[in-house]
Design a protein around this ligand. Structure first.
Ligand code: TMP
Length: 217
């Protein structure tokens, strides 16, 4: 993780059910077509160890972890994912697209949850350091629509959705606050229209923020 990276690191963020996985799939296909080695991954999870931690986090009662324990599990998963999947892929020159990264910890645990922003920032500094995404796309959608979409496919992974509408609203606002505080890295995209419309907006953001990506390096 000490090598300078030569790849491109993109994260997708947003509340539950905003359509990140669909958009990631479409962006990955487009980048593969122009010749990039593309790695798509997700958090919590993305490596075998982190996927095991994911199960502890996304299933069960909403209050089963204290705010600090929940955040420590999130960053433990993230460190394993970063060391074993993200950093090696960036070092070999790939485009890494992750469904959530550390802005989710700041939004869900630090701002909407009881952890607080200071502790979330401290954990980020320790676990992620300078390994931040080159571009973060925040998909924004009214929470009623997001929760409806999320409940259509939730299965056993309902722990965060069950934290309630007030919590989800706070998460939405947290992502918008994060975007305002880091406009060089973050782009907010309205995810309320047709999938193709959002896809076009995502591509415009990628092309304008990362001009070198239209052709592989
Ligand atoms: P997913 O449904 O997008 O796969 O994510 C699972 C849940 O985990 C989602 O509700 C958001 C939550 N989450 C956090 O609370 N903090 C984090 O750092 C991450 C990565 C996810």
């Amino acid at each position: 993780m000490t090598e300078p990276k030569s790849g491109v690191f993109i994260s997708f963020e947003g509340g539950d059910g905003v359509g990140k996985s669909t958009q990631i799939k479409r962006l990955a296909e487009r980048l593969s077509t122009v010749g990039w080695d593309v790695v798509t991954t997700r958090e919590p999870g993305g490596s075998p160890g982190a996927e095991a931690i994911r199960k502890l986090l996304v299933e069960g009662d909403k209050d089963k972890w204290s705010p600090m324990t929940e955040a420590l599990l999130m960053v433990a998963a993230r460190r394993d994912h970063l060391e074993r999947v993200i950093a090696p892929a960036l070092e070999r020159g790939a485009v890494v697209i992750t469904d959530r990264f550390s802005d989710s910890t700041m939004a869900y645990q630090g701002m909407a949850g009881a952890l607080g922003t200071h502790a979330a920032a401290t954990l980020h500094a320790l676990v992620v350091g300078d390994n931040n995404p080159d571009l973060t796309i925040i998909l924004d959608l009214p929470i009623e629509e997001g929760l409806r979409r999320a409940s259509d496919r939730a299965g056993a992974e309902t722990r965060f959705e069950s934290k309630g509408e007030q919590f989800q609203q706070a998460v939405r606002e947290a992502f918008l606050t994060i975007a305002r505080s880091d406009p060089g890295r973050c782009v907010v995209i309205d995810a309320g229209g047709a999938v193709e419309e959002t896809e076009r907006a995502v591509w415009r953001a990628v092309e304008s923020r990362l001009p070198a990506i239209s052709a592989p390096g």
